[in-house]
Design a protein around this ligand. Sequence first.
Ligand code: HEC
Length: 152
Amino acid sequence: MKPRAVLAAAMLAALFIADASQAQAYDAARARQDWVLNCMGCHTADGSGIPGKVPALRNSLGHFVSLPEGRQFVMRVPGAANSALNDAELANVLNWLLATMNEQSRPASFKPYTAEEIAAYRRPALTDVARTRMKLVKELQENGVNAVPEHY
Ligand code: HEC
């Protein structure tokens, strides 16, 4: 591991131990920087996305992570899975997104992503994003959740 990655992992581990139950295992400054450099260009600054092209990451990820397959979907879309972020960095950005842009949709039982979980599931990246997403949206609808749009 690069020193930077070791440092990031150590910081995340410290935060996680400090507050494991509060779903706050993220370093906000670091996440914001990684977001700006790796995600924001497509998903826009406030995560609203671009109608018809790029989905919003605001107010919907919390619903996805309430489903086991949805929890993996979030890290396996190509933009996340194939990003330059290492596992700890991707976990950090996703936890930050869930805490700052998805407070309402995130289930109370949400457990923060860990670098180990990301490492285990991020690859292979999904090749059938649209189909997987539609299946998850239908499952959410069956659970009474209609907040995630079928088309973005
Ligand atoms: C090059 C543009 C681009 C970049 C950069 C990008 N994404 Fe995406 N993202 C997309 C598009 C387009 C989709 C729609 C699915 C697809 O076509 O892959 C998407 C879908 C998603 C989804 C699924 C949301 C939904 O409602 O279906 C998540 C989660 C996501 N991206 C997270 C990220 C994260 C986190 C980063 C940064 C590490 C990132 N993306 C970087 C373009 C991008």
